[in-house]
Design a protein around this ligand. Structure first.
Ligand SMILES: [Fe+2]
Length: 146
């Protein structure tokens, strides 16, 4: 599946560019196809340290009852080895997709936050994809079945 990157905010669209960027409002013309925009592990069964620090870890929890039953929580942590959150090197944002459709962005700042996120979904099926952007090492993704 082709990936298109917004030249203004870094948002990545799967399949085709949107008419308007859902994150920053840029027009379709601001998008460029870039199928190398997302970093992939060289060998997914034998990750190197850079990969261990960047590939999102996603844990689905089906027991949350904050908003009634039948919904799903997802806990996300960047890196099997927790990624640094220092001024010079940190996770800038996490974008969340359901079945490759964008549903939200979480912006992070360095120093006071760990690169983790808890979200509560209004659905209980589909594929949850998390795309993170490291200021030095770019975009990395994980996708899991809910
Ligand atoms: Fe990094």
């Amino acid at each position: 599946m082709d990936t298109f990157v917004c030249g203004k905010c870094g948002y990545v669209a799967f399949g085709s560019p949107p008419d308007v960027c859902p994150v920053c409002g840029a027009k379709k013309e601001a998008f460029e196809m870039d199928n190398t925009a997302i970093k992939r592990p060289v060998d997914s069964k034998n990750l190197n340290e850079l990969e261990k620090k960047h590939i999102p870890q996603i844990k689905i929890t089906k027991t949350c009852d904050l908003v009634g039953s039948g919904y799903v929580d997802a806990n996300i942590k960047i890196g099997e080895i927790l990624h640094p959150m220092e001024t010079k090197h940190y996770i800038m944002y996490m974008d969340i997709y359901l079945d490759r459709a964008f549903i939200g962005r979480y912006h992070l700042t360095p120093e006071k936050l760990n690169p983790v996120l808890g979200i509560h979904l209004k659905v209980n099926s589909g594929k949850l994809l998390v795309l993170e952007n490291c200021n030095l090492h770019g975009h990395w993704v994980s996708e899991v079945e809910i």
